[in-house]
Design a protein around this ligand. Structure first.
Ligand code: GDP
Ligand code: MG
Length: 458
């Protein structure tokens, strides 16, 4: 390959939705399908992610060819991010957007839109991530007769008029909720222009019905509308830290999603830490060991020399103890540009961490991603921020809030998301009458703040 060699990478797809609507079951089903239908040697399990290779996409979507003769698979696969949830999604941040190329918004077709469905939709709007609605649990629609692992269009043929009418009714409810939220939507097989209309795909994560359509739709949308975004080449990698984790035998490691370029063992990388940018050299790149290869005493990981975007990989290196989830990871291509790369990371972080002096609330969060999600939500609520930082609530945070309280009592508050409140900070807060709001669900924290601000203002 020459330096100009470029290719289309796998799209990075995340799954969001209300609790119990079937996110985990859907990912399990897709992962199971990928494992069962892959070619020997194809790796489907990544760190924090699952890969559905092109070979599997071709096999799974084959039965649809009679409905869509022009269906082709040109992408190398789809990378699904595991362990879904709002908080983890926040860490998939990149400057001005998300690492996620596409999202699946899972909605229980019987229960319809619920609180976290709206929250997820808001996050997708804010980050401008295109999405498909997965209307899950169609096997629970009245009168539905399941045809396990078949396509939705195939399964439709054997349903009664009553079951079809019931399904349409349920989907119509979802479509009208989306309309209220500003989106035109329709069942995927009735959509004419996918740029204007959100596709709703009926599936059962339990029986597998509709999975062929879901994978075909993701493939088709990406190939038609996202190719530019997915172009990558043989150059220094870009990624994001999803999680910082202690790993026996490796010390502190970071689980990363690589969305551009090639990451190699021995590369020097820069990422954000609690006390400024961290410069370190990759000691090892780790991928999950396939189950059938597990031998005694060998551990759960395979060491590899490099990964090509898109990938989920664990990075082992020195000095990762202070690394922040949600941080960018940039490879330093040569010593001469080290300063530039460090500056880029510093600047990106300074857009999220605020150390101001005006009237506003104090925000402390566990990761860069959640901090950014909180501050952008506060902006929408028109609530100013004095300090936004990662880490526990300290005495100084309380002091800052009490200073604000002298002129703006409604902002005499510290928001703590998923972080500790240090004992001295707690006792100072009691003495100074500073309100510390603590929660590990972003939206509940914001709701409590809203309530507090309104209370003080009236
Ligand atoms: P999550 O909280 O969104 O990850 O939801 P889960 O995947 O844990 O699913 C919640 C419950 O719904 C579990 O008991 C699943 O077995 C069940 N479930 C998920 N998908 C389906 C489906 O398609 N049909 C039916 N009948 N049950 C489902
Ligand atoms: Mg789950």
């Amino acid at each position: 390959g020459s330096d100009t060699e470029q290719w289309i990478r796998q799209p990075i797809v995340v799954v969001l939705g209300h609790v119990d609507h079937g996110k985990t079951t859907l990912l399990d089903k897709i992962r199971g399908t990928a494992v069962a239908k892959k070619e020997p040697g194809e790796i489907t399990q990544h760190v924090g992610a699952s890969m559905v290779p092109a070979s599997v996409l071709k096999k799974v979507t084959e039965p649809l060819r009679k409905f869509f003769p022009r269906l082709t698979v040109d992408i190398p696969g789809i990378l699904f991010i595991d362990t879904p949830g709002h908080e983890l999604f926040s860490n998939l941040r990149r400057r001005g957007g998300s690492v996620a190329d596409l999202a699946l918004l899972v909605v229980d077709v019987v229960e319809g839109f619920q609180k976290q469905t709206y929250e997820a939709l808001n996050i997708l709007k804010e980050k401008r991530v295109p999405f498909v609605v997965v209307a899950n649990k169609i096997d629970r629609v009245e009168g539905w007769v399941s045809k396990p692992d078949s396509s939705f269009l195939e399964s439709l043929k054997s349903q009664s008029q009553r079951a079809l009418a019931k399904l349409d009714e349920r989907i119509y409810v979802i479509v009208s909720k989306l309309y209220e939220q500003g989106f035109e939507a329709d069942r995927f097989d009735r959509v004419r222009d996918f740029r204007k209309t959100v596709a709703v795909v009926p599936v059962s994560a339990k029986t597998g019905e509709g999975i062929p359509e879901l994978l075909a739709l993701i493939t088709g949308l990406v190939q038609q509308f996202m190719k530019k975004r997915l172009v990558t080449k043989n150059e220094p990698a870009k990624g994001v830290v999803l999680e910082v984790k202690e790993e026996p035998g490796f010390g502190t490691t970071v689980d990363a999603v690589i969305f551009d370029g090639v990451l190699k063992r021995g590369d020097t990388i820069v990422l954000a830490g609690k006390n400024g940018p961290i410069v370190t050299k990759i000691r090892a790149l780790l991928m999950p060991r396939p189950l059938q290869d597990m031998r005694m005493h060998e551990g759960a990981f395979t060491l590899i020399d490099q990964v090509v975007a898109a990938a989920g990989v664990k990075i082992s290196a020195a000095n990762l103890d202070d690394a922040l989830a949600g941080s960018p990871i940039y490879v330093v291509p040569s010593d001469e540009v080290l300063g530039e790369v460090v500056k880029a990371v510093r600047e990106e972080v300074s857009e999220i961490i605020v150390r101001g002096s005006g009237n506003g609330v104090v925000v402390k969060a566990d990761t860069l991603g959640t901090l950014e999600a909180l501050t952008s939500a506060l902006k929408q609520m028109n609530i100013p921020v004095r300090i936004a930082d990662v880490g526990p609530v300290t005495q100084n945070d309380v002091l800052e809030a009490s200073i604000v309280g002298k002129t703006a009592p409604e902002y005499k508050v510290v928001l703590a998301f998923n972080v500790k409140v240090l004992p001295e900070a707690k006792s100072l807060a009691e003495r100074e009458n500073v309100n510390i709001l603590y929660h590990n669900v972003i939206y509940q924290l914001l709701e409590e703040l809203d309530k507090w601000v309104k209370e003080v203002r009236t």
